[in-house]
Design a binder for this molecule. Structure first.
Ligand SMILES: [Zn+2]
Length: 275
């Protein structure tokens, strides 16, 4: 029998979320020998097409977008060191209020228990030690991100394994620092509609249960983001010089939701108590 390696399962909504939200920890823990598994819930049908067309455009070819984003996702997984990629295959629900919310196979319309049962099976099969997803607001209110939270909570409840559970987030104090770092480099902050500065986004510093140093892996995170070029080519953070990107993304933040190993204080390692 092979020995069980510390195993982390990340539950993300769309192809590219793994890189933007948790690229640092995926790279770090896979390099440190953990088994990292990515569950991507939707196919990302409503992303931009490879030639830059928005989903509402008449020539936006959904099948082509899905094919292309899948290739990008596989490349990102290779870069970051994801050992197993599981695609749940639900249809992208689009932003809140879009008609696609109601498509029969949309992730948002899928009963939580149905998707959660599939996820619970993966958690048990992999003997998951750590599970990472978003908070109940889906970090920024996207229905597929909210649904990822709901199915993950239900799956952790259903599964036989009792993993540590974290929400990926950003400490609000880090938003302020981000502005300072950008200003120091003479870069204007992104507009409010970039979703990056809403006061509701992220978590208060008191809520943060783990701050993970990913400084050594920032280049891999950036490369993974770049692998999702159809979605990220125009991204503000890929426009800033690589050396500034490096300073901005040296850490990733997490809320500790469930922890059978009873860690106290702010952890610097998601695997503490596990390995
Ligand atoms: Zn997403």
């Amino acid at each position: 029998m092979t020995q069980h390696r510390p195993t982390i399962v990340l539950v993300h909504a769309h192809p590219d979320d793994e890189a933007s939200s948790t690229g640092g920890i995926i790279a770090r823990y896979s390099k440190e020998g953990a088994r990292v598994i990515l569950v991507t819930c939707t196919n990302g049908e409503l992303g931009d097409s490879p030639d830059g067309l928005a989903p509402e455009h008449d020539d936006h070819d959904t099948a082509e977008v899905v094919r292309h984003r899948r290739q990008e996702l596989e490349r990102s997984c290779e870069i970051l060191g994801v050992e197993r990629l599981v695609l749940l295959g639900y249809h992208d629900s689009g932003m809140m209020g879009w008609p696609q919310n109601d498509l029969p196979n949309s992730f948002w319309k899928t009963p939580v228990a149905v998707a959660a049962a599939r996820l619970a099976e993966i958690l048990d099969e992999e003997h998951a030690d750590v599970v990472v997803t978003y908070d109940e607001n889906g970090f920024y209110g996207h229905p597929d991100h909210i649904q990822a939270n709901r199915i993950t909570l239900a799956a952790v409840e259903m599964a036989k394994v009792k993993p540590k559970l974290y929400y990926a987030t950003i400490a609000r104090s880090a938003f302020a620092q981000l502005g300072e770092i950008l200003a120091r480099h003479g870069i204007e902050r992104p507009d409010r509609d970039e979703n990056d500065e809403s006061p509701e986004m992220g978590s208060s510093d008191e809520e943060i249960g783990a701050v993970i140093d990913v400084e050594k892996y920032v280049d891999l995170k950036r490369a993974a983001l770049m692998a999702h070029a159809s979605q990220t080519a125009q991204s503000f953070f890929l426009q800033v010089p690589p050396e500034v990107f490096k300073v901005l993304f040296v850490q990733e933040w997490f809320v500790r939701v469930q922890d059978p190993t009873n860690q106290v204080g702010v952890e610097d390692d998601l695997l503490s108590g596990v390995r």
